[in-house]
Design a protein around this ligand. Structure first.
Ligand SMILES: *Cc1c(COP(=O)(O)O)cnc(C)c1O
Length: 423
């Protein structure tokens, strides 16, 4: 059967709107609350806090803003108020997820800290608690860990928490991709000392942009709200004792999020069905789907991903901005699959390129579970048996079209297209 390109593009993950969003946006117009305050914002904070089971959710302009203020709060708590013109983490190292979006780790740099990247594990594709423990042995003075749940899959939360407790470290939890996912029945975003979620356009639900800071501490919630609105003091004029930010969520954006909230569980169910169909459809191929702890966790299945077995990988090389491969019968690689999907008007994406491989972070320390830091050479890797898990998943993995508006029939065609890459 000849496969024709899709007439309508199949997206990786596009916004799914329902109409209710407009009602709340209209409500903001009707009441003329076209600003960073209003009923939508208050209501939205309330329903998100209820959903995740925390006391306070503070609406912000984006998930990155939430991560920044979370990291800043942690820095102040750990190291005190910084000198003028200095970040709260000045001179301090912070352990960070390595295979993630750079928004997870950039806030450490905003606060003048140094990110130390912790390698990934194969069970959930998140921070490896073994590598984290190793990092504390090398840098026992570190007191802050920034950890993300990739693609909506909860990481090894209990193990990471245990290691952090042992060393007295605080956790900033980046649940930007995992809103609605649970670990042992508890929502992600509530495990860290500070939780962050995002309503960016391609996330599980969206406000077009936006994010929230999650906490049980009234003091922290008040502080984040104050910082996010230019740090005004209680005075008749604009009085400032601290550096402020313009990070508050708009009441219009909050209206969109408010309208999306009732559909969160529906989106998760649709994304789960997509994941299950891929899993079924790839039976017999030398691949695995992005794995999760089936006993303890329920991901939100934001993106379905796959990883090709080592011996089914054709040759593939990637420079900083280009990729080449040589097709071999029975084998393929992410580049071939992504290029083939694009030819048929479907969008996939490489796995997040690990931070330790990024030009801006190449000189930062990187800790793996079984090697001593960054691999200097192939000879070093051979000698130590070091495995750079993040680099391996980046090399062999990819994100599949995961749009919840994709029909089962369309997905069946995607599966056929991918199967053909292995011929
Ligand atoms: C999207 C995302 C963010 C940032 O959220 P924004 O709302 O886009 O600022 C942070 N971390 C991860 C892992 C993300 O995927």
């Amino acid at each position: 059967m000849e496969i024709k390109p899709f007439e309508k593009k199949i997206w990786l993950s596009s916004p799914t709107m329902h109409g209710d969003e407009l009602r709340w946006v209209q409500d903001a117009f009707d009441k003329n609350w076209i600003t960073t305050a209003g009923e939508n914002l208050n209501e939205c904070e309330k329903i998100v806090a209820e959903k995740v089971g925390c006391k306070y959710a503070v609406g912000l302009s984006c998930g990155t803003a939430s991560l920044h203020l979370a990291v800043k709060l942690a820095g102040e708590k750990l190291y005190g108020m910084p000198k003028p013109n200095q970040g709260t983490l000045q001179g301090h190292k912070v352990f960070c997820s390595d295979m993630t979006f750079d928004a997870t780790v950039n806030p450490v740099a905003y606060e003048d800290g140094e990110a130390v990247f912790i390698d990934t594990e194969y069970d959930t594709w998140n921070m490896d608690p073994v590598a984290l423990e190793k990092a504390f042995e090398i840098y026992p003075e570190v007191r802050l860990v920034v950890v993300a749940h990739l693609y909506g899959t909860p990481g090894k939360i209990d193990e990471i928490r245990a290691v952090c407790d042992k060393y007295g470290a605080l956790i900033v939890e980046d649940a930007a991709e995992s809103f609605g996912a649970t670990y042992k029945g508890v929502q992600t975003g509530t495990f860290g000392d500070y939780g962050c979620i995002s309503f960016n356009g391609n996330k599980i639900i969206t406000g077009s942009s936006g994010g929230m800071f999650l906490t049980d501490s009234k003091e922290n919630a008040d502080k984040v709200r104050k910082w996010s609105t230019q740090s005004r003091e209680d005075a008749a004029w604009y009085q400032h004792e601290e550096i402020g930010y313009n990070y508050r969520m708009s009441n219009i954006i909050a209206g969109i999020v408010r309208g999306q909230m009732p559909y969160l569980d529906e989106h998760i169910a649709q994304k789960k069905a997509i994941y299950e169909r891929y899993k079924e459809g790839f039976k017999g191929l030398p691949v695995i789907m992005n794995p999760y702890d089936e006993k303890n966790s329920e991901p939100n299945f934001w993106l379905s991903c796959m990883m090709i077995d080592k011996d089914a990988m054709c040759r593939q090389v990637r420079s900083d901005n280009k990729a080449l491969y040589i097709h071999e019968p029975g084998k393929t690689c992410p580049t071939e699959i992504l290029e083939t999907l694009a030819k048929y008007n479907a969008e996939g994406r490489p796995i997040w390129k690990p931070m330790h491989m990024q030009p801006i972070y190449r000189s930062n320390p990187f800790i793996t579970a079984n090697g001593n830091g960054r691999a200097k050479s192939n000879a070093y890797i051979k000698e130590t048996g070091m495995i750079d898990v993040g680099a391996d998943i980046f090399e062999r993995g990819l994100c599949l079209p995961s749009d919840n508006k994709m029909t089962a029939e369309e997905q069946e065609i995607i599966i056929q297209i991918i199967r053909k890459c292995f011929e």
